[in-house]
Design a protein around this ligand. Structure first.
Ligand SMILES: [Zn+2]
Length: 417
């Protein structure tokens, strides 16, 4: 048996607590152990406690000195679009010049440019390109990501993207939870209902028979998929055994939060335009809100979702990167912590709960990850700071010292000197 003792962390932020999503005041309770340590046996956490106690039981263990460092559970990023080809640098520059979405699309940019590049990439090439994305997450202290398909929009291209996720999960240290988002946009020259038929009758049965996804998501928005079309797709997915997530109320208050409540989706994501009724629907359906301040920031908007009202309503809030090439090109959860505190007025402690244990619940993995407790998988990150609040405070600079997955230090495949 391999054993490792992490000793003398300035703060061992354990997130130990109730075995259900954290709400209200619980979001602020991080169960921090000063001068903390933990003993890891093989890939699991065995004991967590003050370093003096851990030291006594650490005979024969490899010692990791965490002196002057904060130790946290690996971040769990519950909303990413990890697998796509290329970038959108030209769109980025056009937006900086003040071009509108329509002007950018006319110039050959927008989601379609990513769909075209992703379709054109071979499976091997797409894997190579996205392995780099996986490394970026690890470097920022994230050890699990939910990842959505949706840049293929044909049966074969969606399957290709989902197979790349499976291979990334097997061949990189990053844990990937796959979501089928065939209904990300309506393909060109296709009628929306015709495409919904394709998603329901061909894509979903194949995705589930190949066991390529755990969740199904829909971009529920005006001129994408309306409430009725979204309900049709998500109900079909549910019948096939997939759990549900929804892109809801990003650009308009369309009633998508109510749909999430009605279908008892695990999460409703974005929610920039959700009102009191929407918040009440999420509460009654037991839906976790996933807030994505990185996309609000990167689009140059100031319309952040109502995090405080959601916390006051008793919702188990999650924050995530929304990593994607168009509206949120960041893999960095520490940047999201900063935005959560400065723009959504969450406390640093609430932001930590919303990026570790709560997203683990939303992915159905809270019995394995999201906190540092006996019996859980030894996924943790060490940061070059002494107080967890520094992660949100010193924004934009790297603070990650090292990242461990299943008790082993993650060596990045694209490390550059
Ligand atoms: Zn998204």
């Amino acid at each position: 048996m391999r054993s490792i003792a992490v000793l003398h962390a300035s703060q061992l932020v354990t997130l130990a607590g109730p075995t259900r999503p954290r709400v209200g005041r619980e979001l602020s309770e991080l169960a921090i152990i000063p001068d903390g340590g933990m003993l890891i046996r093989d890939d699991k956490i065995d004991i967590v406690g003050p370093s003096t106690e851990i030291e006594k039981k650490a005979r024969g263990a490899q010692i990791i000195d965490a002196h002057g460092k904060v130790v946290l559970p690996g971040f769990v990023d519950a909303h990413t679009h990890l697998v796509f080809a290329g970038d959108r640098l030209d769109d980025f520059e056009r937006r900086a010049r003040g071009d509108t979405y329509e002007q950018i699309a006319k110039a050959g940019g927008g989601i379609w440019s990513t769909v075209e590049k992703t379709r054109a990439a071979s499976e091997a090439d797409l894997f190579a390109q996205t392995q780099r994305h996986a490394d970026w997450f690890l470097r920022c202290g994230t050890t699990t990501v939910e990842s959505k398909s949706g840049y293929g929009l044909t049966l074969e291209d969606e399957l290709k993207i989902l197979r790349v996720m499976r291979r990334l999960n097997q061949e990189t240290p990053l844990e990937i939870v796959p979501t089928f988002l065939g209904a990300h946009a309506v393909p060109r020259k296709m009628d929306a209902d015709e495409y919904v038929d394709l998603v329901v009758n061909e894509m979903l049965p194949r995705v589930t028979s190949d066991s390529l996804a755990e969740f199904c998501d829909v971009f529920c928005e005006r001129s994408y998929f309306d409430i009725e079309q979204s309900r049709r797709i998500l109900s079909a997915a549910k019948k096939l055994g997939l759990k549900l997530r929804i892109h809801a109320d990003q650009l308009s208050n369309s009633g998508a939060a109510q749909l999430a409540g009605e279908l008892k989706a695990k999460t409703a994501d974005h929610l920039e335009k959700t009102d009191e009724q929407g918040i009440a629907a999420l509460k009654s359906g037991g839906v976790q809100p996933v807030l994505l301040p990185g996309s609000v920031y990167a689009l140059g908007s100031a319309h952040y979702p109502r995090a405080r009202e959601m916390i006051e309503a008793g919702l188990a809030v999650v924050i995530a990167t929304d990593f994607n090439p168009g509206s949120s090109p960041t893999p960095a959860m520490p940047m999201i912590l900063s935005l959560a505190c400065t723009q959504m007025k969450m406390s640093p402690a609430e932001a930590i709960s919303a990026s570790t244990i709560n997203p683990a619940h939303s992915l159905g993995r809270a019995d394995q990850i999201g906190s540092l407790e006996s019996g859980k998988v030894a996924n943790f990150s060490m940061f070059d700071c002494e107080d967890y609040r520094e992660l949100a405070y010193w924004f934009g600079g790297p603070q990650t010292h090292s990242v461990y997955v299943k008790g082993r230090r993650a060596h990045l495949t694209h490390e550059r000197i």
